[in-house]
Ligand binder design. Structure first.
Ligand code: NAP
Length: 593
């Protein structure tokens, strides 16, 4: 194994990934998350190798069971990741038909696999046809992310990713080393059956939860494959027989540590986003000391098994696994629900790193590259989110955000606000010259995007200039609002990013806030004591009239009061976003406003 060239590839792929992903339009950040998630399911290749290489006769049922589960988990991510990305992108109207790309890419891929195979170029550890398929797949993964950077080419990006994955899997399956297919088929069928509903039946509002769940499967697959590799090496005598060396043992330890903590950490993030676990941070005294203690102990055990990769030290190996699993839980419970999107993005990065580590163990550069791309994507998205909230990583991970201020909104209930009916709102909107609609998480929850589209159509017909102001962290995922507005067919050129629209608010007649709260809170600008102070916001308070649709005076996800609601120029439109918008449209249509 050439450690240096693998490291070289890893570093290069990370920089390439950082550069390519930096260029992805914010509009496409949510599809980017699911696409990189699907690409990092390349760990499927590792699982297939472990399962097919020597366990045809089911010699060790534990390893066969673990590897089958790993195939199923990774396959679930492949199927659900690509399908849901495609489902999201179909919502963005594109000028370029993607089937044309498929028509070129897929046959090229197939040819690369089958031609050298047909010429009988097998033998050696990795046959040339497999090498060729891995090489092309690696290129396709990079192109896939590059194409995802613009809405016009984004679907071509998904097809390239799918073709890359199909190639990688085919190239693996037709290797002569793969001796048995029965458990592979079982794992792949189970993964496909689990992945289909995750991609096709999940509502778009549940995309953050789905992503968290996928990271969890990704972590599980990587952890299981690392463990299989370790057990196989121990069965074969460990260091003494050359079944493993110190470097590979160290990397397996790292891979399993990251995989296991990503597995349980992402499950906790899923629970918080799905609201089956409490959203508030759960904190106790000495929590950070305990967490760091666990991590250090796991690292020390890692050093021990790396120095002694011999049978008899399994207790230390499984100690690492157990500590990492517990660490994943204890890392996430003190983090508030509001920070889960940043956390899942970070976990995405860990899952990518773990997949890369697997590439080092298997000496497979395609895995190294795909993992590095995923790692960079997760890192960039977390940085973007932290910047948009004016927070640091440390503050997100250890700040217990969302806990201290939880009661603040109650005080606000005593103060008076002005409210208006759908009829009044319709009248104000139809007599305005310019309206800026500001969607937020409440629009997603209410699934109000189609009604908002009706409102947009109606106002535009009446000659009102309507724009949409999109905050980078409105909703629960970067680009969340873009996906929903695209689903409702709102033209992109009406969507304006925060920095561009903020200068326009003073000349805007009406800012209509639909289910957004934190991203419009002037405290971020004015109140140094506010936890969101410094977070860039949409300056809706500078518009001539502000109307806010929400159900009550409750706070947003940051758990803090919003001064906007008490301003003289603000009218509260209390109700469910979908119901209220639909009332406005009805009133405007029937009242002849
Ligand atoms: P928000 O501050 O969470 O506020 C959403 C508002 O929607 C709530 O105040 C709620 O008020 C209202 N709402 C809920 N259901 C509704 C319904 N059915 N109809 C009408 N209104 C409804 O949302 P945001 O302004 O979009 O801000 C996003 C928050 O998430 C920020 O704090 C941001 O930092 C955080 N975050 C986002 C990301 C990301 O990537 N997008 C990442 C990390 C953190 P009622 O209960 O009164 O209706």
């Amino acid at each position: 194994m050439d450690i240096f060239s693998n490291l070289f590839v890893f570093v290069l792929a990370t920089f390439l990934g950082l550069d390519v992903i930096r260029r992805v339009s914010p509009l496409l950040h949510t599809p980017l998350m699911s696409l990189t998630n699907a690409i990092s399911a390349i760990s499927l290749v590792g699982a297939l190798l472990v399962l097919g290489e020597r366990h045809g006769a089911a010699e060790n049922p534990l390893i066969v069971a673990m590897a089958t589960l790993a195939v199923a988990a990774a396959m679930t991510n492949v199927v659900s990741g690509y399908l849901i990305t495609d489902r999201m992108l179909k919502m963005f109207k594109r000028r370029e038909p993607s089937p044309a790309a498929a028509a070129v890419l897929v046959p090229i891929g197939m040819l690369a696999v089958t031609l050298p195979g047909a010429t009988g170029a097998a033998g050696g550890s990795v046959p040339p046809f497999t090498q060729a398929s891995y090489l092309i797949a690696t290129g396709l993964f990079v192109m896939s992310l590059k194409w995802l950077s613009a809405p016009t080419t984004a679907r071509r990006g998904v097809i390239a990713g799918e073709a890359g994955m199909a190639l990688a899997v085919l190239g693996t399956l037709i290797q002569p080393q793969i001796q048995s297919y029965q458990w592979i088929v079982v794992g792949m069928v189970v993964g496909t059956v689990a992945g289909l509903p995750l991609a096709l039946l999940m509502p778009m509002t549940a995309v953050p939860q789905r992503t968290a769940l996928s990271h969890s499967f990704g972590g599980l697959a990587v952890g299981l494959i690392g463990t299989c590799k370790y057990l196989l090496a121990m069965e074969a005598g460990g260091l003494a027989t050359g079944a493993i060396d110190h470097f590979r043992m160290g990397v397996i330890g790292f891979e399993v540590l990251l995989g296991s903590l990503t597995f349980t950490g992402s499950l906790m993030a899923f629970g918080k986003l799905q609201e089956v676990l409490p959203q508030r941070p759960i904190v106790y005294r000495g929590q950070n000391v305990m967490n760091i203690g666990m991590l250090v102990t796991a690292a020390l055990l890692g050093v021990y098994v790396t120095a002694q990769p011999v049978p008899g030290t399994e207790w230390a190996y499984f100690g690492i696994v157990a500590l990492a699993l517990i660490f994943g839980v204890s890392l996430i419970i003190p983090i508030g629900g509001a920070d889960m999107p940043t956390v899942i993005s970070l976990l995405n990065s860990y899952a990518g790193l773990a997949a890369s580590a697997m590439g080092f163990v298997l000496d497979n550069k395609m895995l190294i590259v795909a993992g590095a791309l995923d790692g960079s994507s997760g890192l960039i998205l977390s940085i973007i989110m932290c910047k948009a909230m004016n927070r640091s990583f440390a503050n997100v991970l250890f700040g217990a955000f969302g806990q201290v201020q939880a009661g603040a909104a109650v005080a606000g209930e005593q103060r008076t606000v002005r409210s208006a009916s759908p009829e009044e709102a319709a009248s104000i909107l139809t007599s305005a010259g310019s309206v800026v609609i500001v969607p937020g998480y409440g629009m997603a929850v209410a699934q109000a995007q189609h009604k908002v589209r009706e409102l947009y159509d109606m106002l535009t017909r009446k000659g009102v200039d309507v724009k949409f102001a999109v905050h980078p962290v409105a909703g629960r995922m970067p680009g969340h609002m873009n996906v929903l507005l695209a689903e409702a067919d709102i033209p992109y050129d009406r969507l304006v990013e925060m920095d561009d629209i903020n200068g326009e608010f003073p000349q805007t007649d009406v800012a209509l806030v639909i289910g957004a709260n934190d991203v419009t809170n002037p405290a971020a600008r004015n109140d140094r004591t506010s936890p969101i102070y410094g977070m860039p916001i949409l300056d809706v308070d500078r518009a001539r009239t502000v109307m806010v649709i929400k159900r009550s005076m409750s706070s947003g996800f940051a758990g803090i009061d919003n001064e906007l609601y008490f301003m003289d120029r603000t009218l509260m439109l209390f109700g469910d976003a979908k119901g209220f918008v639909s009332e406005i449209v009805k009133e405007a249509a029937s009242g002849g406003h």
